[in-house]
Design a protein. Structure first.
Lengths: 224, 224
DNA sequence: TCGTAGAGATTGTTCAACAATCCTGCAATC
DNA sequence: GATTGCAGGATTGTTGAACAATCTCTACGA
């Protein structure tokens, strides 16, 4: 029966891509605005305002608030409203605690380590340097973010990647709260490339150490 | 002005413990039932049923579903309903990928490492052994869970602890899907104590190795 | 056996309403 | 002058009902 082979093949596809629910769409719009900086930390998100702006009902808006609150991108204060999160110093420390645990571990022990991913990491590190040479600070920032996303991907775990995505989103908020000189990221370009080289050379343990140093340094620069 | 000192003192308190919203309460009830096994994997959660059972409106129920879905304890299939999640083999692999990354890293590099936490770890490991001696498999399971929760706590990060909590909740579902001999956990009691001893002796690196081995073993037992 | 059509049930979403709570401004008090 | 007490208005929390969209199941016919 060629039915079996078909069944097996289809079973790979995880039951279709379910069209996003209204709440998820609203969540996506708000998330983008928060991450891209149109909605700055502390901004209040009134249900009525969003209702009028996006044309969804209040209930739907509220459901999307629940999602964003779970991602820690907004804070809900009962009977007062929801506000775009403003990371505190303690949040920053916690975010770096997560990263310092996750990223070096992924580099040293991640199961997705291989020529393909490492290749992408090397590429994006080089891309960051080019952006810097072109005087494109936003390009630098973007490359840096992808770099760390890929480091997280080394773990080879969906859940870790999701977590990393959330952490990086929160980091965007951090940079909007803490004043950083324009090229905060530029300072780390060389180290990115160095780490990429170590990974390419199979020196995962040393790459891991470098990452820990790197993240320590970044944290104290942000907090100092 | 003693006003200032008061202001500073109160600012420590993070704006009161906000009474749980209805959706959060529903979420808590459902989460407990799922974790404790009253609601087994695959069970369908009809909005109407929950509405009648708990006395909250449909909208509130839906908001709580959104929360549980974010925790991966339930799966939402559009226009079909929400179901208690049934972890697949791939989910199990992913969960162990997370744990194998997180727990050893927390043991080796976590910043909350200290006599207090290590003491608790030693205690709960011993407690597991006693439960086993008393022929109390549920006590063993519980001790084991706390053991790993504490390992995660070594990271010293709120976000990591939350993640660990979620992972352990999912693990409860795993054990309900995969048939395990009654004392699956009992097999690991000695290793728990050994790891606890290593931590107490300051041999964090070796504890980390042991944990990796341990988790590898557990995973293959579950999948094999 | 297969395909189709239709009825019934469930979810997705909206709307309107009300209670509970918060915020603002102003008067009363010390 | 500063603090407290108190309406009045605005916003959130929650509910109930309604309707469209979609799924499931059954029955029927080719």
């Amino acid at each position: 029966m060629s039915n079996d082979v078909l069944a097996v093949a289809l079973r790979q596809t995880p039951r279709a891509m379910p069209r996003l629910s209204a709440a998820q769409q609203v969540g996506k719009v708000l998330r983008d605005h928060i991450i891209n900086g149109q909605l700055t930390p502390g901004t209040r998100l009134t249900e009525e305002t969003i209702t009028e702006a996006l044309g969804y009902s209040r209930n739907t808006i509220r459901e999307s608030f629940a999602l964003l609150a779970a991602e820690r991108l907004v804070v809900r204060e009962t009977n007062r409203g929801v506000f775009v999160a403003t990371p505190s110093r303690s949040d920053i420390r916690d975010l770096y605690a997560v990263r310092r645990l996750l990223e070096p571990a992924a580099a040293e022990h991640g199961t997705a380590y291989g020529p393909e991913l490492v290749g992408q990491i090397v590429d994006v590190a080089a891309q960051g340097r080019r952006a810097h040479a072109d005087g494109d600070p936003d390009g630098v920032r973007q490359a840096n973010q992808v770099f760390h996303r890929l480091i997280g991907a080394l773990a080879g775990s969906r859940r870790v990647s999701d977590l990393m995505e959330g952490v990086l989103a929160e980091m965007r908020l951090v940079f909007r709260v803490v004043a950083t000189d324009g090229d905060f990221h530029a300072h780390f370009l060389e180290r990115n490339e160095h780490i990429a080289e170590l990974l390419a050379a199979g020196e995962r343990s040393r790459a891991s150490e470098q990452l820990r140093d790197y993240l320590d340094d970044a944290e104290s620069r942000l907090l100092g």
